[in-house]
Design a protein around this ligand. Structure first.
Ligand SMILES: [Zn+2]
Length: 100
């Protein structure tokens, strides 16, 4: 994903124009997840870092939407620690009852 695309997506996401209705998170260059409200809150910092590709700041590396299949992990926002989505419960092994 080029920096231009990242910036365009960042704008759209913060305006709520990017597939509204889904939970979107940004995966930052340092591996942190950031929710959209924190993206808005830190917009200038994120914008600048993403534009400049600054790995020391919060540069967006990718975006992730909650509709993309089952979550393999529970994800919290790195800034406000809000629960973004929960891991899909594993299909549990049936409890076999031995009839003796
Ligand atoms: Zn947050």
């Amino acid at each position: 994903m080029s920096n231009i695309d990242s910036i365009e997506l960042l704008r759209a996401l913060c305006r709520g124009e990017f597939h509204p209705g889904y939970t979107w998170v940004a995966i930052m260059s340092n591996g942190d997840y950031l929710c959209v409200s924190c993206l808005r809150e830190n917009y200038r910092q994120v914008f600048r870092a993403t534009r400049d590709g600054d790995p020391k700041e919060w540069a967006v590396a990718a975006y992730y939407g909650s509709d993309w299949g089952e979550s393999e992990s529970t994800v919290y926002c790195a800034h406000c620690h809000k629960l973004l989505w929960e891991q899909e419960p594993e299909l549990r092994e049936p409890d076999w009852e031995l009839n003796t």
